[in-house]
Design a protein around this ligand. Structure first.
Ligand code: ATP
Ligand code: MG
Length: 180
């Protein structure tokens, strides 16, 4: 499985619709300071379901919506679409390509879609957790995170390993069932 393309529209500094095509292997994003490199990574974390504003380097979630510049007014919505190549079948759906879309409006409303069909955040989380891309998003390793894993308390480290191994989904379902 690999990232095939990423589309940003009104997300952080990407006011205009911007489409990036990616190939298997390593992709390097280069550019001057403040040009939006980390915003691209934030967009990936966000579309994969990031819920904490801090996880996308924001104070509050609507900070991800283009805030305007001197020449350009702010926008009312942010949208990110991520297309994954699923020819390996790692994601448990019958599509060779899976596009996940997340939209946030200034009103606070959000929309999630899988291949254009509206869905819940939970559907995206469950789809991705089968591929080892869980809620904690250990697929994105940011600065200082390796140290944090090494220094974590054993029970926290266990959670990280469980998430990577795909066990957490079942624990979550079990907890949900027990609460009923
Ligand atoms: P560095 O090399 O310093 O790490 P970078 O390329 O990673 O830089 P980013 O952090 O991705 O840069 O981008 C920062 C820019 O994004 C800033 O200019 C900031 O004003 C802009 N930005 C962030 N959020 C928004 C927003 N909601 N609306 C408009 N611009 C935004
Ligand atoms: Mg950066």
């Amino acid at each position: 499985m690999f990232l095939k393309s990423l589309t940003l529209k009104g997300f952080k500094s990407f006011a205009d619709a911007t489409n990036m095509h990616l190939e298997p292997g390593v992709t390097v994003v280069v550019g001057p300071n403040g040009s939006g490199k980390s915003n691209v990574v934030d967009a990936i974390a966000w579309v994969l379901g990031a819920q904490a504003p801090k996880s996308v380097r924001s104070q509050k979630m609507d900070d991800v919506i283009f805030a305007g510049t001197e020449k350009r007014p702010a926008l009312g919505r942010a949208e990110v679409g991520l297309t994954l190549d699923n020819t390996s079948g790692l994601l448990p759906v019958e599509f060779n390509e899976v596009t996940i879309t997340r939209v946030l409006f200034r009103s606070g409303d959000s929309e999630y879609m899988i291949n254009g069909a509206p869905c819940r955040l939970l559907d995206i989380q469950e789809l991705l957790s089968d591929a080892g891309v869980g809620r904690q998003q250990h697929v994105i390793v940011s600065q200082g995170q390796i140290d944090a894993v090494l220094n974590a308390r054993p029970e926290d480290r266990r959670g990280i390993i469980e998430e990577a191994a795909g066990v957490l989904k079942f624990r979550r379902r079990k907890e949900k069932a027990e609460r009923r």
